[in-house]
Ligand binder design. Sequence first.
Ligand code: MN
Length: 195
Amino acid sequence: MFTLAQFPLPYATDALAPYISAETIETHHGKHVAGYIDNLNKLIANTPYESVSLMDIIQESAGKSDEQKIFNNAAQVYNHDFFFHGMCPKCTAEIPDEIIEQFGSAENFKKQFKDAATSVFGSGYTWLVRDGDVLRIINTMNADTPIVHNMKPILNLDVWEHAYYLDYKNKRANFIDAFLDNLVNWNFVAENLKQ
Ligand code: MN
């Protein structure tokens, strides 16, 4: 059994305003993530997955057509926990040097990340990942997650419509700008780059 309390927000629901409203955070975390957890609990009840860690459920169910629902809900719990930890209110840390070195400049990194996030057609995420020795920006669809593709997540942005529609309506590009310019927790990013 998983609970929402195991995946708490690292800040108050109104802490990211005005860039993300309390209503969006309350719905996104308190309803959507809670829903994925409820679904996952129902799907794994009375199966061997009942006593397995979330990460192991994701790895074990990935690519198995008869376990697609288990994978989707488990991966969504992970993807969202990572997303919420990748933001902070009044962040002051600087973008890490390694990102500037690989992408040429902070502006170039942001441009490439924004281009990728803008191009997600449908529901998905944009990620900065470590893939072997290099940092790459990739998109994943639906609940897919880099951890089942041998890539290490460094940062992600949820571009499912539920992530921004209450605040930005159809203007996803404005949400992406607000995220990159005001919300990214570069300390979290720096920690992920070290590991
Ligand atoms: Mn979401």
